[in-house]
Design a protein around this ligand. Structure first.
Ligand SMILES: Cc1cc2nc3c(=O)[nH]c(=O)nc-3n(C[C@H](O)[C@H](O)[C@H](O)COP(=O)(O)O)c2cc1C
Length: 426
């Protein structure tokens, strides 16, 4: 049975309507919520971690301010110039948090931003559910004014539905991104993500629809085709359709396991050389040396990291886990920061920016994985906890610390002083 829940933050859907962007809201649930497998689970663990006061009224999407002609109406050279001027205007981010379902949510993005990320993607949002369902919108998309540059990612297979969803977020982001890379079974069943690689006319129509109707540019995140020439024609088609930025995950649709298959940076370089819009690389970014190598080898504008950031959100600030520090011949020293510290910072951000508990649970497991391996009893207690509280989670961290086992994050050459002096990366 569904039940009524209170809205948390008021959410001015368009900046004109009210002062600064605050978090989107938990909204009254209704019986019209979707029941697909993509829809929200309803377990206790899915509830937002903080209840908040009554909402203000949302403005209607039609109130969106018009700030110029949509990108897609430009042609040829002007379009490429606009893609670059937008990229420069947002500060040319180099170190980006990749889109991650249930994992690149607002507090995690803010944690990564504090530690060097200069751009971030939201988790993939389902365009149909997003455009239809208030509860989904309010739980799955939250942002704040410091959460920029921001890419909001959707999966879609219907241009009108995608546009309806995109219109709701465009005032709050720098790109609306289309997920063309998800290789999971759920994407096959839903006919989105990497499975749209079998229907390129549909992909083209999705990009064109957004490019011709949104004020913010459209970006796409793609995977490789097995043949390089197919990937290149694909990238050129996207550019031609109005895509203003391309993120290339250097693996094919069948190469699902990132640990088993190394990303193909030379294919990313070939795409970068073939198109004229800004390109980002994704895959094999585990610590900063990978970032610099990737930028040099591919010539891309920036990199996305996913799995490694989950374990170490301070990656872009130059911190690395023992796994990589011990693997190298470089002189790595204790960075005076560890994953338990990062979990505490993350939990405080969650108190400030409420998100469903399942996301918090997932991050605690990923950041403290190595610590739990040493103290499995603490992990078991966490797993046994059906309903989480911040008090319980802070206590988990304290218990891990009390046992005197500390696993530091490492830095090269003492560069940490620069970072910790003001809490951010220089
Ligand atoms: C937990 C998790 C969730 C993910 N969700 C998404 C998603 O919502 N959209 C997307 O395009 N890719 C998603 N990905 C893929 C990543 O964005 C990225 O392309 C992939 O993990 C390769 O990067 P990596 O080698 O740095 O992990 C996800 C990956 C992980 C680990």
């Amino acid at each position: 049975m569904r039940f009524i829940r209170k809205q948390i933050f008021s959410f001015p859907l368009f900046p004109k309507a009210a002062p600064p962007y605050c978090c989107m809201a938990i909204q009254t649930l209704t019986s019209s919520a979707p029941t697909t497998t993509d829809a929200i689970n309803e377990g206790d663990d899915d509830r937002l971690c903080v209840e908040q006061p009554e909402p203000q009224q949302e403005a209607e999407p039609e109130d969106a301010p018009a700030t110029g002609r949509p990108f897609g109406y430009l042609t040829g050279e002007a379009r490429i110039e606009r893609a670059w001027s937008h990229w420069k205007k947002i500060g040319q981010p180099k170190f980006l948090v990749a889109p991650m379902v249930d994992n690149s949510e607002l507090p995690f993005r803010m944690l990564c931003r504090k530690y060097g990320a200069d751009g971030a993607y939201t988790p993939m949002l389902h365009s149909r559910i997003f455009s239809e369902n208030e509860k989904y919108r309010s739980e799955e998309f939250t942002t704040c004014k410091e959460d920029r540059p921001l890419f909001v990612q959707f999966c879609a297979n219907n241009p009108d539905t995608l546009l309806a969803a995109a219109r709701r977020v465009e005032p709050y982001c720098d790109y609306v991104d289309i997920n063309l890379g998800c290789p999971q079974r759920i994407a096959r069943r839903g006919n989105y993500g990497a499975f749209l690689m079998d229907n390129l006319p549909l992909v083209k129509s999705l990009v064109e629809k957004l490019a011709c109707n949104l004020q913010v540019p459209v970006s796409c995140k793609i995977r490789l085709f097995p043949k390089l020439e197919d990937t290149i024609s694909y990238a050129k088609m996207l550019e031609e359709a109005g895509c203003a930025l391309l993120a290339v995950h250097g693996r094919t649709r069948d190469e699902k396991d990132g640990r088993k298959f190394r990303a193909n940076w030379s294919a990313i370089k070939a795409v970068k050389d073939a198109v004229r819009i800004p390109v980002l690389a994704n895959g094999n970014i585990r610590y900063m040396d990978d970032v610099w190598s990737c930028l040099e080898e591919t010539g891309v504008q920036g990199v996305l990291s996913a799995e490694s950031l989950l374990e170490n959100p301070a990656l872009f600030a130059g911190y690395e886990t023992a796994e990589w520090a011990s693997d190298s011949e470089r002189n790595c020293v204790d960075g005076k920061l560890d994953q338990a510290d990062l979990v505490v910072e993350y939990l405080k951000l969650c108190e400030k920016y409420p998100v469903p508990w399942r996301m918090i649970r997932s991050h605690v497991h990923k950041m403290l994985g190595d610590w739990f391996r040493i103290q499995p009893n603490v992990r078991e207690d966490l797993n046994a906890q059906h309903k989480l509280t911040f008090e319980f989670l802070f206590d988990v961290v304290n218990r891990l610390k009390e046992h005197g086992v500390r696993i530091p994050l490492y830095v090269k050459d003492g560069s940490v002083e620069q970072i910790s002096a003001n809490g951010t990366v220089p």
